[in-house]
Write a new protein. Structure first.
Length: 150
């Protein structure tokens, strides 16, 4: 194998939860593209803030919108049907909050995993760079020794 090439892991070694990479740009939807945020996420990261926290702060600042005014329902219109509708709405709201919290937790776990994996890969890359430098020096020394013997 050519030492300048890297081997990709076998498909069986790739975790199942990793997303697949789209094969064409038409397969990329706006949801999968990176958003440009007014907040300097990389700057926050450089200052010691976790990228996950920085993204969460940026997302929270982008999602602010005014609430609509509440219109009180007259007591004479609050019948059994109204209370059933309110109960269903409250259940749906709770279900939505729980689902959002679960999604956020999953994202946080995945982000932590990816940050750790990134650190490991950076360490491996540094080790490989150091090894490449030492091997180049060894080759250079052996060439010089063979030239001196002639």
């Amino acid at each position: 194998m050519d030492p300048t090439q890297f081997m990709l892991p076998m498909p069986s070694m790739i975790p199942q939860f990793l997303p697949t990479i789209p094969t064409s740009t038409s397969a990329v939807t706006p949801a999968t593209q990176f958003n440009t945020l007014p907040i300097d996420i990389l700057g926050m990261w450089a200052n010691g803030t976790s990228p996950t926290v920085a993204r969460a702060i940026a997302a929270a600042q982008n999602q602010k919108r005014p609430r609509s005014e509440k219109k009180p329902i007259p007591k004479d219109q609050k019948d059994v049907k109204y209370f059933e509708r309110r109960k269903r709405n409250n259940q749906a709201a709770k279900k939505s909050r729980d689902a959002r919290k679960a999604r956020e937790d999953d994202i946080a776990v995945r982000a932590e995993f990816l940050e750790k994996e990134n650190a490991i890969l950076r360490a491996q890359a540094a080790t490989l760079r150091d090894e490449a430098v030492s091997l180049r020096l060894l080759i250079q020394e052996r060439r010089q020794m063979s030239i001196q013997r002639k």
